[in-house]
Design a protein around this ligand. Structure first.
Ligand code: TRP
Length: 370
């Protein structure tokens, strides 16, 4: 979730390896469609603010889809990561509850998903220690996403937590032996680090007695295919720019915001993201909300101008959001639902993390008492 606050991250991953990751991700997607049963996904967000339509189209919708396909679904609320680049956590409890409320509202099924804040799972966090022994400080310093985060956080010195953030994220992924990690391009270096850790652990420390497989499978990235959605000012949609449509906004608030959206003075509406980013963004939002082709949407509005475009976009979004909002409101009014989801998620994740830590201790010959 933090990715949207960091400028130009895409340039941190070189083109060739990006193409390769995209190919692998496409293969993975095809395999999941064929048979989802061997797959466990883990992904998550930092509880830094409210989720918006950029998150919805960019990742949440896809997560719901994967869950519906039958992928075992684990979602981490990365609360410790909030303090990688800021001094205080702020109203963290509200934001954690808000995040889970958003997850449930968009259709993540809590009966099947495991949802938990990683701060509540001591055995998960303990994996960071052995993992730290198999990474070098220079490889951490080279991590492009860590560098970008450092740059984005102003003049801060590099904290130990930020430096070791990819290792912590590897623990998030590996503790539950996830093999699918739906992420944006900016997270690829972290995923690569997790893959390296999985493999090095096996090489360096081996396996529990009698085990035929490495403790940690190498996780694969599933890249989001959705085109990125811009904010209402034509800039990247991001909390920090105040140009977002949040999932928690009402239909009226959405209409008001869209009325103020930046457009241009050309009457004919076209879908031309390069030359008309603002207008095309509204066309695209409409297309995404109604599952249609953006060119078709633009043609239909034709000479209707920006006024018609905004009206059509508002209707499309509000219609798509109506059931999500209704569900959101229900959950907001009954936070015991969220509490129960967290309670179940923490229990399940704890059980899994303890099991994995036990295997790690076995591989390290650190079992002393029977
Ligand atoms: N670092 C991710 C982000 O900022 C959030 C995250 C934490 C995550 N742990 C994860 C994502 C594990 C995927 C897998 O968006």
């Amino acid at each position: 979730m933090h990715s949207d606050e960091i400028a130009n991250l895409e340039s941190t991953v070189d083109e060739a390896s990006l193409r390769r990751s995209e190919r692998l991700s496409d293969d993975l997607k095809a395999k999941i469609q064929e048979d989802a049963s061997p797959f466990r996904m883990l992904t998550g967000d930092r509880p830094t603010g409210r989720l918006h339509l950029g998150h919805y189209f960019g990742s949440l919708k896809n997560r719901v889809e994967l869950q519906k396909q039958g992928v075992d679904s684990w979602f981490i609320v990365a609360d410790y990561q909030v303090i990688t680049d800021r001094d205080a956590v702020g109203e963290i409890k509200d934001r954690v509850f808000g995040l889970v409320t958003d997850y449930l509202a968009v259709g993540i099924d809590p009966a099947k998903a495991v949802i938990f804040p990683h701060s509540q799972i001591p055995a998960l966090n303990e994996l960071v220690l052995p993992f730290l022994s198999i990474v070098t400080d220079s490889e951490l310093r080279r991590n492009p996403t860590v560098k970008a985060e450092l740059d984005a956080s102003g003049n801060r010195p590099m904290s130990g937590l930020l430096l070791t953030y990819p290792v912590h994220q590897a623990a998030d992924i590996l503790f539950c032996k996830a093999n699918v990690v739906p992420v944006g391009k900016d997270q690829l270096p972290h995923l690569e680090q997790a893959r390296v850790i999985a493999q090095r652990f096996d090489k360096r420390y081996g396996r529990p007695a009698g085990a035929t497989h490495p403790i940690f499978p190498r996780p694969q990235a599933l890249l989001s295919e959705a085109p990125s959605v811009l904010g209402l000012d034509g800039q990247k949609m991001s909390k920090s720019r105040g140009n977002t449509i949040e999932l928690g906004m009402s239909a009226d608030e959405t209409a008001k915001l869209l009325k103020k959206a930046v457009t241009d003075s050309e009457r004919r509406i076209t879908y031309d993201p390069v030359n008309r980013p603002e207008v095309s963004n509204l066309v695209q939002l409409t297309a995404l909300a109604t599952n249609r082709d953006p060119h078709e949407v633009a043609d239909e509005i034709g000479d209707g101008g920006a006024g018609t475009l905004k009206r059509v976009t508002t209707e499309a979004i509000n219609e798509m959001m109506a059931p999500i909002r209704a569900r959101r409101l229900e959950i907001e009014n009954d936070q015991a639902i969220v509490e129960q989801v967290l309670r179940d998620g923490i229990a399940r994740a704890t059980e899994q993390a303890e099991e994995t830590l036990r295997e790690v201790h076995e591989a390290l010959h650190m079992i002393y008492l029977s």
